[in-house]
Design a protein around this ligand. Structure first.
Ligand code: URA
Length: 457
């Protein structure tokens, strides 16, 4: 017997290195015992396979399959994959054989792993906690079926780059401090908080749209497998409301899609139209996505759409947009050559009679929407971003920054793009003194000119 040891349950590289060594030794799959973790002192231990990392060619599709299967919770997976590898090399199996029971089993395992990855992305909920210094920290509890937490960590880093967060699971904890990812040991569910303000918003939202008479519950359940209900704030309401609904429909829910980061602005926009990361989509008429050339050198980021933007679906077309347009014209900046977007893509408001009164997005909403802005920045790759006001600065840099003290300053976005800080044009609408408003307006025009000059350097 030969012992092949790998460092962790999801250690694909370790498994691959061991396979290379075993293949070189000509080890038969039946003679290999796979072990995970540190070596134990065992007088009767079998000899260990030596690591021989020289690569061996594998058929197309095998590495991808193996990467997923390694994360499965079945302890036999290492041996099954090694068996497949040995047979593929001996040409006793081929990857395209749909009837091959071993291949079918491994493909099913890979599919289950991908599904678990998707569930973690879709159903994990962060709860806000405040640290001693008043800093926000978001904590989530998740119980995966397979060893997917490390594999999935990069996704959460990309999506919630501007937040400080921790994901607690029964096998390991991961922390993101906005710069690096750290690992810690497993935690208990009771270590994770259970309530916060974000949850209150979800509950209010679900409470207001839920209508048992119309049995909307089935549509909601389609998005929410029962297994995850206990982690999700909205389900505190839902579970009460669905007593009479047909639970068996829950089984139809789980679609096997693992979302990928969109590769074009138009796909990104289509994805953003389905965004349910925060409750704002429920109130707004529509998503207001960024607009402008995909190769724009200059990007403007505002706060969030206002009433008219919400109705037309375009950024900066209402009163603030008109001031903005006039200032751009005066500064010699062509709006049509720029990419114009907002930190938050849905209109947040409070109804007052027939009027809709603008409300500032909170940090949670800004952070939830950051995913879309980040991807817009990655796709457009502007040379310079102009942050219009405090919400834009917060979203772009992950930091709160007073605008009056910082306007005209250059900072850097979380992606490393230079950001020029200036006021939001709606600030000019609110100034009661006409002289002051004109002085501020001229300074705004100066800031826009500075942006133009910077690009022509
Ligand atoms: N204010 C913004 O920040 N963005 C808009 O699109 C409109 C008003």
């Amino acid at each position: 017997m030969i012992t092949a040891r790998i460092a962790a349950e999801d250690d694909f590289d370790g498994w691959r290195n061991q396979c290379r060594g075993l293949m070189r030794l000509g080890a038969r799959p039946a003679d290999v015992v796979w072990q995970v973790g540190e070596q134990r002192t065992d007088l009767f231990a079998s000899p260990e396979a030596s690591l021989d990392a020289a690569p061996i060619g594998v058929p197309k599709g095998f590495a991808e399959l193996a990467r997923s299967v390694i994360c499965h919770s079945d302890p036999e997976r290492f041996g099954m994959l090694y068996q497949l590898l040995v047979d593929l090399k001996a040409r006793q199996r081929h990857m395209g054989d749909e009837a091959d029971p071993l291949l079918r089993k491994l493909e099913m395992m890979a599919k289950n792993v991908r599904r678990d990855i998707h569930k973690m992305r879709a159903f994990l909920r962060f709860r806000r906690v405040e640290e001693d210094g008043g800093e926000e920290h978001f904590v989530a509890w998740f119980e995966p079926e397979h060893h997917i937490v490390r594999t999935n960590a990069a996704f959460f880093v990309r999506r919630f780059a501007a937040m400080k967060w921790s994901i607690l699971t029964p096998s390991l904890t991961i922390h993101w401090d906005r710069q690096k990812l750290l690992e810690a040991s497993a935690r208990l569910k009771t270590d994770a908080p259970t309530e916060d303000n974000v949850e209150e918003q979800w509950k209010t939202y679900y409470g207001s749209i839920f209508n048992p008479a119309r049995l909307k519950v089935n549509a909601m359940l389609k998005e929410m497998p029962k297994k995850y209900w206990h982690n999700m704030p909205e389900t505190a309401l839902v579970t009460e409301l669905i007593q009479s609904a047909r639970n068996r429909e829950v089984a139809m829910i789980e679609k096997d899609i693992v979302p990928q980061a969109a590769e074009t602005l138009s796909t990104l926009r289509t994805e953003a139209e389905r965004c349910r990361r925060c409750p704002l989509y429920g109130l707004a008429t529509q998503l207001v996505f960024g607009e402008g050339p995909a190769n724009a050198r200059l990007m403007f980021v505002g706060e969030q759409p206002g009433d008219q933007e919400d109705r037309t679906g375009r950024p900066f077309v209402g009163p603030a947009g008109q001031i903005f347009d006039a200032a751009l014209l005066q500064a010699g900046v062509d709006r049509n050559q720029s990419y114009i977007t907002n930190a938050v893509k849905h209109f947040k408001f409070r109804p007052e009679g027939k009027r809709r009164i603008h409300e500032r997005p909170n940090v949670g909403e800004i952070n939830h929407c950051r995913w879309w802005l980040k991807r817009e920045i990655e796709l457009v790759q502007p040379e310079l971003i102009v942050a219009l006001g405090a919400t834009a600065v917060r979203s772009l840099t992950g930091r709160a920054m007073p605008i009056t003290a910082n306007r005209g300053r250059m900072v850097e976005s979380l992606e490393g793009v230079p950001v020029l800080v200036t006021i939001h044009p709606s600030y000019l609408l609110r100034l009661p003194d006409a002289d002051l408003a004109e002085r501020e307006r001229m300074q705004f025009v100066d800031d826009l000119q500075a942006a133009r000059r910077r690009l022509s350097r």
